[in-house]
Design a protein around this ligand. Structure first.
Ligand code: ATP
Ligand code: MG
Ligand code: MG
Length: 350
């Protein structure tokens, strides 16, 4: 069949559906929100929760392959789908990326360096972990954090700083990571095909504000050896996961030339949006190609560029941006503007 099922109807689902259409595929999204960004561009929608078994069975029945646009798809739902239809990226990738402890442990098992980390379940764990990391660290919820939510930074903390900290984070399982004094952050957007072939786009430099990705710059101005290390780590990770699709891996670049992996997203990634403006094949088309079992495209790009997110009131810049030559604009069709909400992005060429 020519139907691709997509779990999740946000902007990433929307851009995947648009890329799928260009390759001649139809798409069905599984998404409980009727007025979601992807609904405006996909062929059909199943209005149900992501773990609704009847809805999943119906999605499987009409799809040749099912993929997803966010990393918190319930693993049970993905495994259930797998009994009826190919699901890419594989549920193992979801399961690993959903828990920061499992994720960092998995990376280390592939000889991919990360910040040091320790699991934290109570204040005593936190005190011991802070002692071990010299009083500084980033405390994160193991699950469900995004855009820097569910995080607390400790800098040269006093010994009693841990008192009540676990409760204040919601009493959920946590992880303390070493506070990394990175030089800058970058990401590798890569893909692995059904036949095991792999490609990676050029490394992209990322700047965050208030925990949210603000700007991505290509080229990243990164040392060639560091980029090679990150690219090889990404390829090793994809091989170990039996991965199919596009992946986004975030890295810290340190002043001493070393590279630490921070986290990976088993999906198309915000820091890869620039590929739609300057690459022969965008990350969205690349993902559709991969999950549909088609050959991967080349990662080449024709221009240097800077991608910026339009967050909340940033949409007031749209008229000015449209008046600028060499700006590629992409709006997500969200009707309601809220502070911190990603409304669209643009890529400035050159
Ligand atoms: P995303 O929206 O990218 O999924 P997230 O909420 O999952 O974000 P992280 O990417 O782990 O969280 O952290 C958000 C940002 O916080 C990072 O991009 C980085 O700037 C900073 N940060 C995270 N971990 C560390 C660390 N161990 N040391 C120093 N800074 C860190
Ligand atoms: Mg994350
Ligand atoms: Mg991140």
């Amino acid at each position: 069949g020519d139907m691709i099922g997509i779990i999740g109807g946000g902007q990433l689902g929307r851009m995947l559906a648009m890329a799928a259409a260009r390759l001649g595929f139809r798409t069905t999204i599984l998404e409980p929100q009727p007025d979601c960004p992807a609904a405006q561009v996909s062929n059909s929608q199943i209005l149900a929760d992501y773990d609704d078994r009847a809805a999943l069975t119906s999605l499987a029945a009409r799809s040749a392959v099912v993929t997803y646009e966010f990393e918190n798809v319930p693993v049970g739902a993905a495994r259930h789908l797998c009994e009826h239809v190919p699901v890419f990226p594989p549920p193992l990738a979801l399961e690993t990326a959903q828990d920061r402890l499992a994720e960092k442990s998995f990376l280390n098992r592939q000889d991919i360096s990360t910040a040091r980390f320790l699991p934290v379940d109570d204040d005593a764990d936190l005190r011991a972990a802070l002692d071990k990391f010299g009083g500084s660290g980033v405390l994160k919820t193991r699950r469900l954090g995004y855009d820097g939510k569910g995080q607390r930074v400790f800098r040269n903390a006093r010994r009693d700083a841990s008192d009540g900290a676990v409760e204040a984070m919601g009493g959920v399982p946590l992880i303390l990571e070493d506070l990394v004094a990175f030089d800058f952050e970058f990401s590798i957007i890569a893909a692995r095909g059904l036949d095991g072939s792999m490609m990676a786009y050029d490394a992209a430099r990322n700047e965050h504000a208030d925990g949210i990705l603000r700007r991505t710059t290509v080229p990243a101005g990164i040392d060639a050896q560091m980029e090679k290390t990150a690219r090889e780590a990404t390829f090793a990770l994809m091989d170990a996961l039996g991965y199919v699709g596009v992946i986004g891996v975030e890295f810290f670049a340190l002043a001493d030339g070393s590279v630490l992996a921070n986290e990976f997203a088993p999906r198309v990634h915000n820091s890869g949006h620039w590929t739609e403006a300057v690459c022969v094949v965008s990350q969205f088309e690349q993902h559709i190609r991969a999950v549909a079992g088609l050959p991967l495209g080349l990662p080449g790009r024709h221009s240097d560029c800077v991608m910026e997110n339009l967050i909340g009131d940033d949409i007031e810049r749209i008229p000015d941006l449209l008046g600028e030559p060499g700006v590629v604009l992409n709006l997500y069709g969200k009707t309601e503007t809220r502070p911190g909400r990603k409304m669209g992005h643009f890529t400035r060429l050159g």
